[in-house]
Design a protein around this ligand. Structure first.
Ligand code: NAD
Length: 502
């Protein structure tokens, strides 16, 4: 039996109201329409954002363009920009409780988990502040006696930043501080389901000293606002995190004006386990990887690829531990798995489970929703006997559903791991160093964990191979992604020209 923590329906009576930030002012938008957010864990309206339209997006892009072409931000010293980013980081830390509460109620995420995400986000802002001061180009003094080559790094310009609902504050923090560190200006569109914490970030940035127009933030739909932000000719770069389908649309739209594009997309991440692994450690990581953020995580370890000799034993142990996972009120500090983002998404996740069962997979645990009378929740679910060709083994389910597959040889394991369209992350479990490195080199994914799962740090680049994305976030090159290079090729002394006497 899953441990259930029944939510309190009346989260707190207050509905938070948000405007949009354009050119340093909080405004209602041209049509003054609204988006209501009903808390997925509590079934009551908790936030109301002013809904931006296409015309609001055009105004926000114009403000960002003006701030980039004529404003102070790209012309400040790196140290001045860095100090403002550090101040923002301190203010994020000071308002951490409010930010965590907003993400917990709007996204249905466990409050203790989100507190960790906000602390991690503040750390990323500090890291970006440090990188701002280290952004530099290259020089070549060895090309010839009469030549000096200098390669400059210049801010790319106006960046459209589009984020999903599953890690609202963390993901905007993987993009915006690096764009700002480089001297760019931005239009930011959080998911229309979870815009609250990103709008609070707007208040923080204004107070920290980011000049008007440098950061503009709009709540709005992808079709109206997102499509404008990805297609508008005054935008120089699009940084998008979301589904592979919308990522593809984003790239198509941006291709009309050949914008620089960075994409962080879906995943179907394998955990490959050999018989000599520390199985106690693995069982814990399997449960964490599958149910963290209710499985609504690009990095979810949703495919266990277990060696045939240990598959039954490990599946039984993973199922036993899965039953101890605490599911329920996102605001209860002991909750480990909160709510599912929308009723439609819950239906989609359940559709995957019934289709897999219909094709011969065994529902070894869970499989159904949990009825608290309001909100939408799903029990931790394990499907065994899954075949690599089933949709549940190939597609991103984005719910608390774990598929168990088996392998016989290391080559099989690699083939199964690489047999999907995605390549975001993977893990390999073995006490043998050679096994870990051999598998780690052959699996095509942006991050390979060895004897651990879903660890990360601001210093470590993150992103996907193949249809999991394009480009990398974080790491010491993260600021460079928001730059163009310019070559200065200089001549020293008298020039011997084509028509000049030699
Ligand atoms: P989504 O693609 O539906 O939406 C993402 C964002 O795109 C939202 O802000 C949405 O409003 C906007 N959007 C929708 N249509 C658009 C359009 N036509 N043009 C421009 N923007 C548009 O994704 P989601 O459901 O919010 O998030 C879940 C997805 O995000 C999953 O696939 C997950 O794997 C992925 N994700 C990836 C990473 C990563 O780092 N690789 C991290 C988190 C989430």
């Amino acid at each position: 039996m899953t441990v259930l923590l029944k939510p309190q329906k009346l989260v707190d009576a207050k509905v938070r109201e948000f405007s949009m930030l354009i050119d340093g002012k909080w405004v209602e938008g041209i049509e003054a329409g609204t988006i209501e957010r009903v808390a997925p864990g509590h079934g009551v309206t908790v936030s109301r954002y002013k809904a931006a339209t296409k015309d609001d997006a055009v105004k926000a892009i114009a403000a960002a363009r003006k701030a980039f072409d004529h404003g102070l931000w790209p012309r400040m010293t790196a140290s001045e920009r860095s100090n403002i980013l550090l101040k923002a980081a301190d203010m994020i830390a000071a308002r951490a409780d409010e930010l965590a509460y907003l993400d917990a109620i709007e996204a249905g995420k466990p409050i203790t988990q989100v507190q960790g995400e906000i602390a991690g986000a503040a750390d990323i802002w500090r890291y970006a502040a440090a990188l701002a001061r280290d952004l530099h180009g290259e020089s070549y003094n060895t090309l010839s006696e009469g030549t000096l080559g200098v390669v400059l790094r210049e801010a790319v310009g106006v960046v459209s930043i589009i984020t999903p609902w599953n890690f609202p504050f963390l993901i905007v923090s993987q993009k915006l501080p690096f764009a700002l560190a480089a001297g760019c200006t931005a239009v930011v569109k959080p998911s229309e389901l979870t815009s609250g914490s990103t709008l609070v970030l707007g208040e923080i940035l204004m107070e920290a000293g980011v000049p008007a127009g440098v950061v503009n933030i709009l709540a709005g739909t992808g079709a109206a606002v997102g499509a404008t932000m990805t297609g508008h000719p005054d935008v120089d770069m699009v940084s998008f995190t979301g589904s592979t389908g919308i990522g593809r649309l984003t790239m198509e739209n941006a291709s009309k004006t050949l914008k620089k594009v960075s994409l962080e997309l879906g995943g179907k991440n394998p955990q490959i386990v050999f018989p000599d692994a520390d199985l106690d450690a693995f069982v814990d990581a399997a449960v964490f990887g599958a149910y963290f953020n209710a499985g609504e995580c690009c990095n979810a370890g949703s495919r266990l690829i277990l060696h045939r000799d240990i598959a039954d034993d490990v599946t039984t142990r993973v199922a036993a531990l899965s039953q101890k996972v605490k599911v329920g009120d996102p605001l209860d500090p002991s909750t480990q798995v909160g709510a599912i983002i929308t009723p439609q998404h819950l239906e989609k996740v359940q559709g995957y489970v019934s289709a897999a069962a219909g094709s011969g997979a065994n529902v070894a645990l869970g499989g159904s929703h949990i009825d608290f009378g309001f909100g939408q929740y799903m029990a931790p679910t394990i499907l065994s006997g899954v075949k690599p060709e089933m949709a549940v083994a190939r597609e991103e389910v984005f719910g608390p559903v774990l598929s168990v597959l088996t392998f016989e040889t290391a080559e099989d394991a690699v083939r199964i791991a690489n047999s999907v369209d995605y390549g975001l992350s993977a893990s390999v479990w073995s006490r043998d160093f050679d096994t870990c490195l051999t598998i780690g080199r052959k699996v095509r994914a942006g991050t390979i964990w060895m004897n651990t799962f879903m660890d990360g740090a601001a210093e470590l680049p993150f992103g996907g191979y193949r249809q999991s994305g394009l480009g990398r976030e974080l790491g010491r090159h993260a600021v460079e992604d928001y730059t163009e290079t310019k070559t200065l090729n200089m001549h020293i002394g008298a020039r011997t020209g084509w028509w000049m006497p030699r």
